[in-house]
Unconditional design. Structure first.
Length: 582
């Protein structure tokens, strides 16, 4: 989906991505995020000024707690007002930047020396703005010890979190991406976080990026921005769209490669602020220049060779027609020159690698995988897997690694092709389960699978850990990505709709299907997510993480372009397994 449909989903989350400085909530001065795209000044927060009332003289403990919660909704965002409801010691100890909690409803405060509040629909984010999901049940009851100070009731200890209603948070924060590198430093990896909307977006993005990916992402992403860097109070952006970033706190010398990689991270992260067109960076007073001597960088061009959807990736569609591999546009599909286009090799599904020079095909019985060239007719056809029970359509990542899932009688077995032989890998939460569909992100950092359960299908997302040479180390435990109304889910297909969001096709009834986009972090859908219902029979999706490439639903009548909500050119009805590369 382009723009609206492909943007990372915005939803209820936490503002932990901020730090409190002089009573104002700001982004930390060092961390990670993933690209979302924006047009115009739609990110400006509503023109509302909220000035919470200070504690009233003689207020009882319950009223003090109510006032404290209300004061955290101050607009512009700041915590000075909330601190007035705390004792002096509590003010010094309170760390609202540690976490953000959002809630749909709160019970009336109850109690005297210990006041409690129960939060409904509570979710939370960590200190960098990463969505953590639903707040654990044991943490949904907040307790506030009270104390008398100067004859007035005050809160003696407050939870280290900014605690705000869903609606307030949704209006003032947006989900973006921080861009880091994979461990081999060959491709950018986006990490979604939430930051404040408005004029300080450039400052928030830079502060989050400087924090680095953090230990939780070891082996998944890394940063080439030196630790300890900081900047002034804000990132100035000129009327010409030039962001001037003066960094300090590093006295070493950056290699040309490290300079290019640092600029790539900054450019991809800051291009999410639509007013920024160019970037100028200095470290310790020394301007960053590349080999051509240029010091002013176009944010839409800088670092393009590290594009997380893969620079130079094929934009063509590929499918099978009468058992042969075809490629082209929807209304102009022709056999490829390689062996799978020239001859019927008995494959039922095929996946073309991202640069469109290799194809992996699953044999008709699902018991094997054939590998050959897409373009070279004289290339030999290799049998790289045999003896499988129920091989699913393969998926490729940027390192030309083909991922495989054999959904046999004993449950799914996950592997990837290293050279010409498969290497098994365990995916906790997926391996051994019944798996109907799967995919891998082009940057090689995420593994997504649909696990079938009697109570309904579950969409599961795992992170893939690599070493510095890009070799797979392990795949982490899969997290269930749920959404409201996903009970008895019947998934029929899925695919990437952006580098950090997935399009899911599921059946509502026999002749009624729904397509929605979900964020890889599981955050609730926002106003830019896609949700559409399609009558009739829908057999699959044709999906790409590239924003300029359409998302199609495959129907009996042909393709339906969900990006434009219009019929696409007719496709030869004999074509099956149509998809983009990857």
């Amino acid at each position: 989906m382009r723009q609206a449909a492909r943007r990372a989903l915005v939803g209820v989350a936490t503002v932990a991505v901020l730090v409190v400085s002089a009573g104002c909530v700001q982004m930390p001065e060092s961390g990670p995020v993933v690209g979302t795209g924006s047009e115009g000044r739609a990110d400006e927060p509503p023109g509302v000024f909220i000035d919470p009332k200070p504690p009233a003289p003689g207020a009882n403990p319950a009223d003090i707690v109510t006032g404290f919660l209300d004061a955290m909704t101050a607009t512009p965002i700041q915590t000075n007002a909330a601190k007035q409801f705390l004792t002096s010691d509590a003010q010094a100890a309170w760390k609202p930047e540690a976490e953000t909690i959002t809630y749909s409803e709160a019970s009336p405060p109850r109690g005297g020396l210990r006041v409690s509040v129960r939060l409904g629909g509570a979710r939370h984010l960590d200190g960098r703005g990463s969505y953590l999901g639903r707040l654990p049940a044991g943490d949904r009851r907040l307790t506030f010890p009270m104390a008398s100070e100067d004859g007035e009731w005050r809160i003696a200890r407050a939870p280290d979190a900014l605690i705000v209603p869903d609606s307030w948070f949704e209006q003032r924060f947006r989900q973006v991406s921080l861009y880091f590198f994979d461990p081999s430093a060959r491709i950018l990896v986006p990490e979604p976080v939430f930051v404040p909307r408005g004029e300080q977006l450039a400052t928030a993005l830079t502060s989050a990026l400087l924090r680095g990916p953090g230990p939780a992402l070891d082996g998944i992403s890394r940063s080439f921005i030196p630790e300890g860097l900081s900047f002034g109070l804000s990132v100035p952006v000129s009327d010409e769209g030039i962001a001037d970033l003066a960094l300090r706190g590093y006295n070493g010398r950056l290699t040309p490669d490290a300079s290019e990689q640092m600029l790539a991270q900054l450019a991809w992260t800051l291009r999410q602020e639509p007013t920024i067109k160019f970037l100028r960076v200095s470290v310790g007073g020394q301007p960053i220049t590349l080999s051509d001597g240029e010091s002013l960088f176009d944010v839409d061009e800088q670092g393009e060779r590290f594009n997380p959807t893969v620079f130079g990736a094929s934009t063509l569609l590929y499918g099978l027609r009468d058992g042969r591999l075809v490629s082209g546009t929807p209304d102009s599909l022709a056999p490829v020159d390689g062996p799978m286009g020239v001859s019927r090799l008995g494959v039922r599904s095929a996946a073309v690698n991202i640069t469109a020079d290799r194809v992996a095909g699953v044999t008709a019985g699902g018991d094997g995988v054939l590998m050959t060239s897409v373009r070279n007719e004289s290339d030999r056809v290799e049998s790289v897997v045999s003896g499988a029970r129920g091989m699913l359509q393969p998926a490729w990542d940027f390192s030309d690694r083909a991922w495989l899932v054999d959904n046999g009688r004993g449950g799914a077995r996950v592997s990837y092709l290293s050279g010409d032989h498969p290497v098994g890998v365990r995916v906790p939460g997926v391996s051994g389960e019944r798996v109907s569909h799967f995919t891998v992100s082009r940057d090689g950092s995420r593994f997504v699978a649909v696990v079938h359960r009697s109570a309904g299908d579950r969409v599961m997302v795992s992170r893939i850990v690599h070493d510095g040479q890009g070799r797979v180390v392990r795949v982490e435990r899969a997290n269930h990505i749920a959404w409201e109304g996903d009970n008895r889910l019947a998934v029929r297909d899925l695919g990437w709709s952006s580098p950090t969001s997935i399009a899911v096709l599921h059946r509502l009834a026999r002749q009624l299907f729904q397509v929605r986009t979900i964020s890889v972090d599981g955050s609730p859908p926002g106003p830019d997510s896609l949700l559409t219902t399609i009558p009739g029979q829908v057999t699959g999706l044709v999906a790409s993480p590239v924003q300029s490439e359409s998302l199609f639903a495959v129907t009996k009548a042909g393709l339906l372009d969900l990006t434009q909500d219009t019929p696409a050119p007719e496709v030869d009805p004999r074509v099956r397994n149509l998809d983009y590369v990857g």
